[in-house]
Design a protein around this ligand. Structure first.
Ligand SMILES: *Cc1c(COP(=O)(O)O)cnc(C)c1O
Length: 404
């Protein structure tokens, strides 16, 4: 289990308390190097998707490994700078933000990525050719099976449609905008290399219209296994195909460009575990509920995306497997998993959710006025608290009492 010993996890649960997110630094670095290795025959740059896990220690870990950052808000830009990223290594890829926020990002000196025609127009008026810009295109290829995380389809709000290319070119030429990158991100969970390549081909064709390019950014979508039999992105096939096509493209373009990816999930999902404690075992007429000291406020993926997170009983690993429905303590239907076979669970047992590194903590909220969990990093052989659990001060800190 992401190679942190069970005894260490139980100690963390004991000392830091639950609920707690635990990340293994080594797993993150291994995943990072796996991608670097797979794409070793192209000038690769990896921009870690900050929104998947935003603890500044994780950011610093990946920065030290050589990664850049993919920031989707000005706040993620500032967080990245706080974590020591050089401005030029940060890609700012917002969606539907105002030109005012984009101005702040220009002031911060980061690479701007624009995904709306009206913003591109305003950007051209403001900066002309002085600030280079990347353009996010929607190639309209359908990736993944889940509507909420597919961003390439026709109804998507992301990117500028490839069918609007003529309009984009008119704006670029009129204002002399220096387009230094093209970008596509078709959404999480791409199942096969074919989808990537379809998008890639469209980007390569489009690239011939822009003479100032220094990079092409293929976004992310590297799939990781949540269940044992899940199909994952086949890196060997993907990297081989992309490398061949990319190098051929560079030749026809007449210059060597950088190839960028923005992995989030791939780097941090498997490295993260979420530990909770069993509050109650509740037998009803239909099932046996395991009620834990957390809920969709801390890990929303099962309720929001129907995501599967494997659940194990750390306290009683050799117990007889029984069938449970694991639920949270939030006053809202709040199910982590129906009909899970888990080693017999007793009140007080610590349960472990796997693959909780990505979109776990960063999507946590204070719903029901609960505190957000603590975060622990297993680094160089020992566990370090990297975020303390919230307290009542956090719940109250921005509230202004006008009625007593
Ligand atoms: C969310 C996001 C990513 C990361 O996606 P993963 O599936 O976590 O790898 C990359 N790029 C952009 C623009 C994103 O919005």
């Amino acid at each position: 289990m992401c190679s942190i010993p069970r005894s260490t996890l139980l100690e963390i649960a004991q000392q830091v308390g639950t609920p707690v997110y635990v990340y293994n630094a080594q797993t993150i670095l291994e995943q990072y190097h796996k991608l670097c290795q797979a794409f070793k025959d192209v000038p690769l740059k990896l921009k870690f998707a900050c929104k998947s896990l935003n603890n500044i220690n994780i950011l610093a870990l990946l920065r030290n490994a050589g990664a850049g950052l993919d920031a989707v808000s000005i706040q993620e830009v500032w967080l990245g700078l706080e974590a020591g990223f050089k401005p030029e290594s940060i890609l700012y890829t917002p969606n539907c933000v105002s030109i005012d926020e984009i101005k702040l990002a220009v002031e911060a000196g980061v690479q701007i990525n624009i995904d709306t025609i009206s913003i591109l127009e305003q950007f051209g008026h403001l900066y002309g050719s002085t600030v280079p810009v990347c353009i996010r295109l929607n190639p309209h290829i359908m990736a993944g099976g889940h509507a909420k995380i597919s961003t390439g389809h026709i109804d998507s709000k992301f990117g500028i449609s490839i069918y609007q290319l003529r309009h984009v070119l008119r704006i670029v030429q009129s204002s002399g905008i220096r387009v230094n990158g093209l970008h596509m991100h078709t959404g999480s969970d791409i199942l096969d290399a074919g989808v990537f390549l379809q998008g890639a081909e469209i980007l390569f064709e489009t690239a011939q219209h822009f003479k100032d390019l220094t990079f092409i950014d293929f976004g992310s979508g590297f799939k990781v296994a949540y269940k044992d039999d899940d199909i994952t992105t086949d890196l060997t096939v993907l990297s081989k195909d992309i490398t061949t096509h990319f190098n051929a493209f560079c030749k026809s373009y007449g210059r060597n460009l950088e190839l960028w990816f923005e992995p989030g999930k791939f780097l941090v999902s498997e490295a993260g575990l979420f530990l909770v404690k069993t509050n109650v075992i509740k037998q009803t007429t239909s099932t046996v509920f395991v009620g834990v000291d957390s809920g969709q406020n801390h890990l929303i993926r099962p309720m929001f995306y129907d995501a599967y997170h494997h659940i194990e009983n750390l306290s009683n690993p050799d117990g007889v497997p029984r069938v449970y429905t694991v639920v949270g303590y939030i006053c809202e239907t709040d199910t982590f998993g129906w009909d899970r076979k888990i080693a017999e669970v007793r009140e007080g047992d610590v349960l472990c959710f796997k693959n909780a590194g990505a979109y776990g903590f960063t999507m946590a909220s204070n719903y029901n006025s609960r505190f957000k969990p603590a975060e622990v990093l297993f680094y160089n052989g020992s566990a370090h608290i990297i975020r303390t659990r919230e307290t009542m001060n956090d719940i109250l800190k921005n509230q202004i009492r006008i009625i007593t």
